[in-house]
Design a protein around this ligand. Structure first.
Ligand code: DAH
Length: 340
């Protein structure tokens, strides 16, 4: 038995000294200490040694185990430092190679367009904000100049939560007030996100959809700033200038309020199925922030003014890619998703 110990020890010491890389060393470590490894087997076999020899043999085997562990650790440290130095010198290591792709997948088209919008608005000095999807009634309605019995509440088919005062936000507009409460003018923010309404679901209505809210508050902000920003947005998404027109629109949180239409990017105004033969597409409700909303956000309307818009992000993505049914977005259907 003693000879067996000496033999294993001698061979192991020689192998460790010969190991040229940390990977070689790891293989030796496994051969000695891994499951069914030489040392592991030796230690497990102590019970079979005659009783009188057992204490001496056990002590010797444990000594060998400890010694080999130390020799391996020392050799590993030496090899790793040589390897790291070689890597740093550039041998066998090219820092310009692309990383490993662990996941095969793609981005949802809404994510792609959202990120493009975020880049575009960041380049214009906007901050990107997030807001809660479960929102307080106060932010979704009251602070937006929609008090409890205002008829405008009816047009937002609201999912109310059981506890009083909580709801699933019906639009991204509550982030306007949250932004004003947190930030001081000048404020420039874009807040994309999910919204919810209990709509009758059809090709253009979904219970869960995406919007992107924009808000600018500063001294002397006018409709001209708003139109310029909206044109930049459309140019960024459709990669060319689209003619725009303003029509009056009513939203309690803006005064004046507008529907900003763009020339249909598919037919250039000639009339097609996408624009329902109108030649214009309606995608950007907007307006100058109502003084009551500025006040609700703690901003003095005699000093500051602002504009806001509520881009229908889902609708914009449909226009951009020619998607004819909003229900595809939440379907999780790979036949749809793989096309992007
Ligand atoms: N929140 C409105 C909606 O979902 C859209 C909207 C209209 C947002 C005008 C705005 C705005 O910021 O100025 O119907």
């Amino acid at each position: 038995m003693r000879e067996a110990l000496e033999k294993i020890g001698g061979e192991a010491r020689a192998a460790i000294a010969r190991a040229g890389t940390s990977a070689d060393l790891a293989a030796i470590d496994r051969r000695l200490f891994g499951e069914g490894g030489e040392i592991s087997t030796l230690l497990r076999g102590i019970g079979k040694v005659p009783k009188e020899e057992r204490p001496a043999f056990g002590a010797a085997a444990n000594r060998l185990k400890k010694e080999l562990e130390e020799v391996i650790a020392a050799r590993r440290a030496a090899l790793v430092s040589v390897e790291v130095e070689a890597e740093m010198r550039g041998e066998g290591f090219d820092p310009t190679l692309p990383g490993t792709r662990f996941v095969a997948g793609g981005l949802h088209p809404i994510t792609t367009v959202r990120r493009e919008l975020e880049d575009l608005f960041t380049s214009m000095g906007f901050d990107i904000l997030d807001g809660p999807e479960v929102e307080l009634e106060r932010f979704n309605f009251d602070a937006l100049n929609i008090p409890p019995h205002h008829p405008a509440r009816d047009v937002f088919d609201t999912f109310w939560c059981e506890s009083i005062g909580l709801l699933l936000r019906t639009h991204t507009s509550p982030v306007q007030v949250r932004a004003m409460e947190r930030l001081k003018p000048p404020i420039r923010v874009l807040a994309p996100g999910r919204c919810f309404r209990h709509e009758d679901v059809d090709a253009s209505h979904e219970h869960t959809f995406h919007q992107a809210e924009g808000l600018v508050v500063d001294r002397g902000i006018s409709v001209a700033h708003m139109i310029g920003t909206m044109q930049a947005l459309l140019r960024g998404i459709f990669r060319r200038d689209l003619e725009v027109r303003l029509r009056p629109g009513y939203f309690p949180f803006v005064e004046p309020g507008f529907e900003l239409d763009a020339r249909c990017p598919f037919c250039d105004g000639a009339g097609c199925a996408v624009c329902k033969r109108k030649g214009w597409v309606e995608i950007l409700p907007c307006g100058l922030v109502h003084p009551n909303v500025l006040r609700a956000g703690g901003i003095d309307p005699d000093v500051y003014s602002g504009f806001a818009f509520g881009l229908g992000l889902s609708r914009l993505v449909m226009l951009r890619y020619g998607i004819d049914d909003i229900r595809w977005f939440m379907s999780g259907d790979l036949r749809f998703l793989r096309q992007f």
